[in-house]
Design a protein around this ligand. Structure first.
Ligand code: PHE
Length: 359
């Protein structure tokens, strides 16, 4: 029995994890363990023998069981110590320096424009950048043979060029979201739809990807006068000035009738853009009364409803407001440029304290 005792106690002392301890327990004091089997043999012994062996075996079983438990908690303590050692952290160290990025002017201006129109009761709607031919063109009264399709320098997706499945396009404007919003919300409605748009064009004031905000208001008796008021109100709030000078030019879009393009007076003197000064005009948006065919494509009865729509170039607005002469710099990911023109992440635009926080 002493041999048994020594063997198990030394094996227990040598165990380094819970699994080997459990295996030892089964082997020694489990139902079919060595000590349990010996206990079963007690019945076959002579009474005197049993009187001695019984208590001894019981004591041995006790001793091994408590040795197992003691070793188990030692192993657990050691594991905890190890964790505490590796997960140690010096909370008195100074924090890491903050990331050096700032909010991009396009994001800032999108927030500003959204804040202004939200204040006039417009809600935000969105649509996909890879758009169906139908939403981007047909539904907007631009049939297949219409010259606008080539004028817009459309990027076509490469697959499925057949009559039954016209190719998808990278949307050339946010106007397809007009159709999606009308279908989803019905009349009356007031939405703005900010997002990325794409055209194959590249110079100082054009990049192949740029940003627009579409506006759409449909109701019983909406007129061109409402459109003009909204846009003037918007420009005053956006440029944070009492007066801006807008020029409404008669124009043509297939999806509006009548249509107007709107220019803003500005100056480019010394390479810096300034609003409401000088003799230059910068086109910032297209607009007009929604064409009856477009209302119908959106599931709205043009006999009962009418509305205005506009599409504003967000990047142009950013250039004007923050005096940035070259649009291409917007998308060059130059941190020096961003640090110069970027905005702090916590300056959320709101009308109550001046949009850009400058007021
Ligand atoms: N979608 C036109 C463009 O991208 C702008 C526009 C929108 C004009 C809504 C009229 C009405 O040029």
């Amino acid at each position: 029995m002493d041999g048994l005792r020594e063997r198990y106690l030394s094996e227990i002392a040598a165990a380094t994890d819970e699994e080997s301890l459990e295996e030892l327990r089964v082997r020694a004091v489990g139902r079919k363990g060595e000590i349990s089997l010996r206990m079963r043999e007690l019945g076959k012994m002579a009474p005197e023998e049993r009187k001695v062996a019984g208590p001894e075996l019981n004591a041995l079983k006790q001793e091994i069981t408590s040795a197992l438990m003691a070793r188990k908690s030692e192993i657990a303590d050691a594991a905890l110590d190890e964790r505490l050692r590796t997960e140690w952290l010096d909370v008195t160290l100074p924090a890491r320096s903050r990331p050096s990025g700032t909010v991009h002017p396009v994001s800032q201006v999108t927030e500003e424009v959204t804040a202004i129109f939200a204040d006039m009761g417009f809600m935000v709607a969105e649509g996909p950048q890879v758009e169906s031919d139908w939403h981007n063109f047909d539904a907007l009264n631009i049939p297949a043979e219409h010259p606008t399709r080539t004028e817009m320098d459309t990027f076509y997706m490469s697959h499925a060029v057949d009559q039954a499945h016209p190719p998808h396009v990278l949307r050339t404007h946010t106007s397809p979201v007009q159709i999606r919003a009308m279908k989803r919300l019905g009349a009356p409605l007031r939405v703005i739809c900010p997002g990325r748009v794409y055209r194959a064009d590249y110079d100082q004031t054009h990049t192949p990807m740029f940003h627009q905000i579409e506006g759409l208001a449909v109701d019983r008796d909406i007129s061109m006068a409402n459109l003009k008021w909204c846009l003037e109100e918007f420009c005053r709030a956006f440029f944070e000035v009492k007066e801006v000078q807008l020029r409404f030019r008669a124009s043509h879009f297939p999806f509006t009738e009548p249509s107007a393009e709107v220019d803003l007076r500005c100056s480019w003197e010394g390479g810096r853009l300034k609003v409401s000064e000088g003799d230059s005009w910068m086109e910032i948006l297209g607009s007009g009364m929604v064409h009856p065919k477009v209302l119908r494509a959106g599931g709205i009865d043009p006999e009962r409803w009418q509305g205005f729509a506009f599409g504003i170039g967000i990047d142009r607005l950013a250039m004007l407001k923050y005096g940035m002469p070259d649009l291409r710099a917007f998308f060059e990911s130059d941190l020096r440029w961003l640090k110069h023109y970027g905005f702090a992440a916590l300056d959320v635009p709101g009308l109550h304290r001046g949009l850009s926080g400058a007021a």
